[in-house]
Write a protein that binds this ligand. Sequence first.
Ligand code: ADP
Length: 826
Amino acid sequence: MMPGQIAKFGNSAAQFLLGGLAALRTFGSGAKHKPAIGDAWRQDNTDQNSTNRDSINKDGIDLRDAVKQWREVFEHNPVMYFMVDPAGTVLNVNTFGAAQLGYTAAELTGQSVLNVFFEEDHDLVRRCVALCLETVDQSHTWEIRKIRKDGSVLWVRENAKAMLRGDGTPVVLVACENITQRREAEDGLRQSEAYLAQAQELSRTGSFGLSPATGEIVWSRETFRIFQCDPAVKPTLGFVFQRIHPEDRDAVGKTLERASREAEDFDHQYRLLMPDGSLKYLHSVARAVRHASGRIEFVGAVTDVTIAKEAEQRLRRSEAYLAEAQRLSHTSSWAWDVRRQEFAYRSAELYRLFGFDPDQVDLSARAFQQRIPSEDFGRVVDVERRAIQQKQPFEIDFRIVRPDGSIRRVHTEGHPVIGGDGDVMEIIGTHVDVTEQFAAKEALQKAFDELKQSEQRFRDYAETASDWFWETGPDHRITHISEHADTATAVPTGLIGLTRWDIPPDAELEPEKWEQHRAAIEAHLPFRDLVYRSRDRNGSPIYVRTSGKPFHDANGNFLGYRGVSTDVTAAVRAEQTEEALRKAQAELAHVTRVTMLGELTASIAHEINQPLAAVISNADACIGWLDREPAELGAARRSVEWIVEDANRASEVIRRIRALAKKTEIEMVPLDINQVVRETVTLVRRELATHAVSVRMELASSLPRVCGDRIQLQQVLINLAMNGIEAMQANIDRPRELSIRSSQVGDDGHGRLLLTVTDCGVGLGNDATERIFTPFFTTKSGGLGMGLSICRSIIEAHAGRLSAFPNEGSGATFQITLPLPHEDMS
Ligand code: ADP
């Protein structure tokens, strides 16, 4: 019972006292004096000095005896008795009671009873006394602390009752029982229960009792909390199973079933699926207790291990992440126990790095060290020793030779861990596999070296080449021009900041060229072989040929052009000279042609006279036919037709001669070479006839067309034919025959056309075959010696060749080779 709680409560000692007092009263009620308790005490107290004779009678003797007896009981009963007046003053106390509090009875008597109570309990005491006074003759019980004289606490259960004295004034009688021991035991129990509850809460461990036979379950407060069950509700196995995660119910059921059957302890883990959908991980341990009746009961503890479990899962996950990160980054971690000279920890990646299986956990450090080449290992040991001495972190690179001979390059970093004694006890560190980086670095270095070399090479080229490199900006102004070691090179100077069209002194002379060029570079198009005039570093005019291409930044923005320029002055001059020569040759060819025509005058006149004579005779005939009566119109018509034919023939000859005589530009067109041959022969027919030379033409049929200038090729053929005729002048006994042959040689891709003019004249000496092509070489008295030279240049202008060979018999053969165009051009 808690202090302050007042209850009607039977107590043997208090009952005894109160019973005794009641008896006293009953006893006293028949006497003359109705002695109240107070009187009895007073009498008791004054007993030895009193000589009250009135009380010495039989009744008196009995009364005295009774009082004495009661006094004995009162004094020596191991119950504390107090008699208190309404003001709380102690009227009487028994020796035992006073002694219990460390006082003598006299010390307490007359004092306020409150003196033996704790100040904070005074109100309670007053209330209790007031209650007793209000309910006279009713007994009340409460438990309360008292203070001993020495200050220690005395727990008592007080049984009190107010009674009316003879004079009608009330007095409160109190019997106290020392309950200190029980209270202390109770407090201890309560405290240990509180401790237990707190411990259970803190450790998230609840306790339980389970009777498999009846299914009865007893839970501690924490177990209720774990299962989220209202403590007012009696837990059942059904409820427990409802809370257990569906996947774990079967296993839990089996565990309980086996434990109940075998009456054995169990230890299992399972999950709860809470109403909010969250999971709880529980670890439950239970003892099987067999009662005398043979009934089995389990007493156990259930711990909420969710936090640990989640932490474990998180740890496992982060370990997995770490392992994965190590695998991906080729990083392994380790801890080296300096004293034991052995690994304290090594990650799975370390095994893989050294070419071991991560399951080979019992490998010694030596096994790892043996895979480091000895010269590297020596360095590692030195660096480590120094780091331990200086207690400083270190870094070092070394190699690992794996059993398959492959070499891994490792970068390691170590950090010393200082122990309690101030010495390095451990080194923790990482190994990073830098093999690929190392290879990449080497390759990069090599590429860089090569690049440097090639850059140097190109610089050398640039400096020594006659070409120079330039760069222009987005506005096309020159920003760079390569340096030249060769001071003789005509690289222009002072051009930085100029545009290309600012340079030529004659830009305005070729506006179209520059317009085209500017349009191309404004469109950021590459350009090739632009030739323009410039001045070299000495101010002399030069021709420059340049090509360039645009360049951009990484985002595709146009930055300018880069390109190369060449001094092409020599080439341009050569071209100009060649052009002049070509012109001169054409002039000469014309002159010789006209000369030749002069030589051919007789033949030509004949060629024209012949059809003209025919025209005249046919006209005469026509007149004759018309003059007839009736006119022979059919015959006249035929005559006119012949006239037209002959007139056409004559006009055709005249047309050709005019063409030969005319100074025309070279006109390269597809030609039927046989046709050219036939026309030529027509022109020299008279010459042939006059010199009694017969012509043999062996012209191959279906020859592809060649690209050429009809007049020039006719000129060549006339020239060769005329030379042949002349060479055969001396043939007195032998026939004079000029053969002209055409044929095709070679395959389709590289086919050539062959044209030969063969005579059987005086022929050529072996040494003359080339000489005769030399300008002004002639063996003829009136010869100019230019014919063959012009013929050769004409044929070469047609990309062909003209050569002379002595015949096996007599005479000479002149051979013209002309390239055949590709099929699609023919
Ligand atoms: P030209 O006829 O004015 O001499 P060409 O250049 O035509 O000039 O000929 C050069 C020389 O080549 C001739 O003078 C002659 O000696 C020689 N020649 C040319 N054609 C023949 C030929 N068919 N047979 C022998 N010699 C020839």
